[in-house]
Design a protein around this ligand. Structure first.
Ligand code: COS
Length: 375
C-alpha cells in the first residue's frame, strides 16, 4: 500500500468503527439503510473515487478504490456495494455519456448526494443478459419504456438509473442504454426482496409503464447498450472482488481472535494444528485473491480492457470469501452459527457475491472464451 492508500484505509477504519459498527446488528435485522452514512462517505470523497475531478470525483484509480471498498466491506458489505454500483454507473456515464450528460448527472453522484443504480437483469434474463425484453419505443423527442427490471441493487434509494432496454431487434445489437431518473411518470418500484444477506442494501424490482425518457438521455447511440453494460461490468466485477476480500479479511481476523480466546482442553483452541492450518489457508487464499484484484485494478488504471482478469478477480475473490466465511463459522463452533458473533452475518453476506455482476459460472464462461480466442 502506498502512503495515500494507508491514509484512506485509516480514515475509513475510523469512520466505519464510529458510524457503521454501532448500528450494524440493528440495521441488519431491520434492513435499515442510512442515507446519511452514504452522504458522509460522499463528503469524504468515497462515492466517486475513480471519476475525474472535473465532475467532482476524486480522480483516483481502481487500485485505490478497491482498497477503500475492502476496508468498508470489513464493516458493511452493504454500504460497500452501494458505493461500488453507484460508481459503476458514474463510470458508464463518464466513459460512454456525452458532455451534457456528464455535467448534468455526475456531480450529484460523485458527491454522494444521490445514489446510482444499474438495471440490466430481468425475470427472464439474468445470465443471458442480451435476451432482455424491456422495450424502448421511439416517439417524438424520446422513447417510451415498458417492462420491468429485477434484483436491482439500491432500487428505491437511488435517484439515477442506467437502464438497458430494447430499441431494435433481438440480441445484443438491439439493446440501448438510458439514464432514467427516479420519480418520472411511468417509473415505479415493485416488490422489495427478502434476502439472505446484504440486508442493509435494498434490492427491488423496477417497473416501466409507458415511461417517457427524453432522447438526450440515450447513452452513446441506439444499439450500443449491451456493450455499455458489459463495459461497466468489467470494472464492477473487480470491485465486487475487493468487497469479497474485505469480508474475508474480517472473517479471518475474527477467527484468529476467537480461537486465541476460546479455551477447550485447558488451552486456547488456536493451539490445535487443525485450526491453525485452516487459518493459514484462509490467509493464503485471501492474499492470492488480493493479488488478482490488484492486478485487474492496475490494468484498468492503465486504460486497458482486461475482461479476462476482471472475471478471474471476481471469481477467485468471491469463491475464497465463501470458503473463508464458512470456515470462520466452523472455527467459532456453535456460537458461530448464532447472531452473537459477526461471522454468521459475514457468511450470509458472502453468498451473493458468487451470484451478482455475473454468476461465477458466467465468469468461467468469459475466461474460457478468452482462452479460446488467445489460442
Ligand atoms: N465489454 C464490451 N463489450 C462486450 C464485452 C465486454 N466485456 N463482452 C462482450 N461484449 C460484446 C461482444 O463483443 C458482442 O458484440 P459484437 O457482436 O459486436 O462482437 C456483444 O457484446 C455480445 O456478446 P456475446 O455474443 O459474447 O454475448 P453472449 O450472450 O454470448 O455472452 C455474457 C455474454 C454471457 C458473457 C454476458 O451476457 C454476461 O456477462 N452475462 C452476465 C450478465 C451479468 O453480469 N449480469 C449481472 C447484472 S448486474 S447484478
Amino acid at each position: 500500500m502506498n502512503e495515500l492508500q494507508k491514509e484512506l484505509t485509516s480514515q475509513l477504519q475510523k469512520f466505519c468503527q464510529s458510524k457503521i459498527e454501532p448500528h450494524i446488528e440493528h440495521d441488519d435485522a431491520n434492513e435499515n439503510f442510512r442515507m446519511e452514512i452514504f452522504q458522509e462517505l460522499g463528503a469524504l470523497g468515497f462515492c466517486g473515487m475513480t471519476i475525474s475531478d472535473q465532475y467532482g470525483g476524486a480522480g483516483l484509480g481502481y487500485s485505490d478504490f478497491c482498497i477503500a471498498l475492502e476496508e468498508i466491506a470489513k464493516h458493511s458489505p452493504s454500504y460497500a456495494v452501494t458505493i461500488s454500483v453507484s460508481t459503476m454507473v458514474q463510470g458508464i456515464i463518464e466513459k460512454f455519456g456525452n458532455e451534457d450528460q456528464k455535467q448534468k448527472y455526475l456531480p450529484a453522484l460523485t458527491s454522494g448526494q444521490v445514489i446510482g443504480a444499474f438495471c440490466l437483469s430481468e425475470s427472464g434474463s439474468g445470465s443471458d443478459a442480451k435476451a432482455l425484453k424491456t422495450t424502448a419505443k421511439r416517439t417524438e423527442g424520446g422513447y417510451i419504456l415498458n417492462g420491468s427490471k429485477m434484483w436491482i441493487t439500491s432500487a428505491g434509494i437511488a435517484k439515477t438509473y442506467v437502464v438497458m432496454a430494447r430499441t431494435g431487434g433481438e440480441g445484443a445489437g438491439g439493446v440501448s442504454a438510458f439514464i432514467v431518473e427516479d420519480g418520472i411518470e411511468g417509473f415505479s418500484y415493485g416488490k422489495k426482496e427478502k434476502k439472505m444477506g446484504w440486508k442493509v442494501s435494498p434490492t427491488r424490482e423496477i417497473l416501466f409503464q409507458n415511461c417517457f425518457v427524453p432522447e438526450e438521455n440515450l447513452i452513446k447511440a441506439e444499439g450500443e447498450g449491451f456493450k455499455v453494460a458489459l463495459g461497466g461490468l468489467d470494472a464492477g466485477r473487480v470491485t465486487i472482488g475487493s468487497i469479497a476480500n474485505g469480508i474475508s479479511a474480517r472473517a479471518l481476523s475474527e477467527s484468529v481472535r476467537y480461537s486465541l480466546e476460546r479455551q477447550q482442553f485447558d488451552q486456547p483452541i488456536f493451539n490445535f494444528q487443525g485450526l491453525q492450518f485452516m487459518m493459514a489457508d484462509m490467509a493464503t487464499e485471501l492474499e492470492a485473491a488480493r493479488l488478482l484484484v490488484e492486478k485487474a485494478a492496475s490494468l484498468l488504471d492503465a486504460g486497458e480492457v482486461p475482461s479476462k482478469l476482471c472475471s478471474m478477480a471476481k471469481l477467485k475473490a468471491t469463491d475464497v470469501c465463501m470458503k473463508v466465511t464458512t470456515d470462520a463459522v466452523q472455527i467459532h463452533g456453535g456460537v458461530g452459527y448464532t447472531a452473537e458473533y459477526p461471522v454468521e452475518r459475514l457468511m450470509r453476506d458472502a453468498k451473493v457475491l458468487q451470484i451478482v455482476e455475473g454468476t461465477n459460472q458466467i465468469q468461467r464462461v468469459v475466461i474460457a472464451r478468452h482462452l479460446k480466442k488467445e489460442n
